[in-house]
Design a binder for this molecule. Structure first.
Ligand code: FNR
Length: 361
């Protein structure tokens, strides 16, 4: 039997990780596994953590950091800090307040929330909730199998006031699908994201799932249709970063989807330096997969990421205590980031790269 959701912050929480145990007792095992698991043997899931654990922080004492801050401008928006909430599907699985709670928490903390195409509440209601406490959320797009319905979904997000759009391209094949409880659905989609039935003797992957997946030509077409900035999520190869920039993408997210798709893919943090070298500052490069505390945020940013997306940890907060749980998780990571900056002699995010130079072996 699951424990009830809390209506105040749980006692003795010191880190975002402390929410994990609270969340585990408040979700049924199916939803918990859906949240936590990686694909395959969990190799990539583990690699993400190993990469962060292997990176170190170099203290730089005696720097005057009074007046320091974590503000940044990204894609025409001003953010109080670089810790965005990653798009995570079906948030009413985790708390009755769903995406609206995450949106209110992110906006109250002055940061960005990426609303999934697979959100369980309407794009309009989530945007309204966000505006009650701050700015509008941002929209994550999954390709809808063909151009016309994909475009209708982007236009709907635009009309609801979502200023930035991100296309996720690393998960076109779903090996296992979650059996959703009836009350939780992807309410913004015209039809479920399922595979085409393959032709006789056809492959369910090549002729089923991949028949509805986008290609580089579709990305070029989409870029032409949109007025808002377009970010591409799920890039791990420098050639793909190059291709995306040439097609006019305004930013990239180096991501392996939290180790949930191709088991054996490298840790995002390990893939970041080569991608940054190729991108050479032409567009902002963001990172996710494996961020668990503010020191991890510092590590990603000091390697050159412009911002990070936080995945499972904010859902632990959501599951435990709704919007206040999410806001608390963000605040804990912000505090840890600020502490790391202060101890490493960084007054602003622009100092992060410089402060750690000379440390590489
Ligand atoms: C995701 N992720 C994801 N990504 C996306 O672009 N659209 C989506 O709908 C979802 N849905 C989703 C559901 C669940 C339960 C998880 C855990 C993840 C991936 C997500 O945006 C992000 O890339 C990873 O969660 C980052 O890794 P960490 O922080 O969870 O390790």
């Amino acid at each position: 039997m699951s424990e009830p959701r809390l209506d105040s912050l749980p006692a003795a929480i010191e880190t975002a990780g402390d929410y994990e145990a609270h969340a585990a007792t408040r979700l049924d095992p199916v939803a918990w596994r859906y949240l936590q698991d990686g694909s395959g043997k969990g190799l990539t899931l583990a690699a993400n953590r190993r990469a962060f654990e292997a990176a170190s922080l170099l203290p730089r004492p005696l720097v005057d950091v009074r007046g320091g801050h974590t503000r940044l401008n990204l894609f025409g928006q001003t953010l109080a800090h670089p810790i965005m909430l990653a798009p995570i599907a079906y948030q009413r699985l985790f708390h009755a307040d769903g995406e609206c709670a995450s949106a209110m928490a992110a906006a109250a903390q002055g940061g960005a929330f990426w609303v999934s195409s697979l959100a369980s509440q309407t794009l309009e209601s989530i945007a309204d909730a966000s505006r009650q406490t701050g700015d509008a959320p941002w929209f994550q797009l999954y390709w809808q199998g063909e151009r016309a319905s994909t475009l209708r979904l982007t236009r709907r997000a635009e009309a609801a006031g979502y200023p930035v759009l991100m296309l996720t391209v690393d998960a076109p094949v779903k090996l296992a699908t979650l059996q959703l409880p009836g009350a939780v659905q992807a309410v913004n989609l015209e039809r479920p994201l399922t595979a085409d039935p393959p032709p006789p003797n056809g492959s369910p992957v090549f002729d089923g799932w991949m028949a509805r997946a986008p290609t580089w030509d579709d990305l070029a077409w989409l870029r032409d249709q949109l007025r808002q900035p377009l970010i591409l999520k799920g890039i791990l190869h420098p050639d793909d970063a190059e291709h995306a920039i040439r097609l006019g993408c305004d930013g990239l997210v180096v991501s392996n989807h939290g180790g949930r798709v191709l088991d054996g893919a490298p840790a995002s943090l390990d893939a970041l330096p080569e991608i940054l070298a190729r991108v050479a500052g032409r567009v902002p490069v963001l990172l996710d997969s494996g961020i668990r505390d503010g020191r991890d945020v510092f590590k990603a940013l000091s390697l050159g990421a412009s911002a990070v997306l936080l995945g499972r940890p904010y859902i632990w907060g959501l599951t435990s205590a709704g919007a206040i749980g999410v806001a608390h998780v963000i605040r804990l990571l912000r505090d840890e980031l600020e502490m790391s900056m202060a101890l490493c002699g960084c007054k602003t995010l622009a100092d992060l790269n410089m402060s750690q130079r000379g440390h590489a072996a």
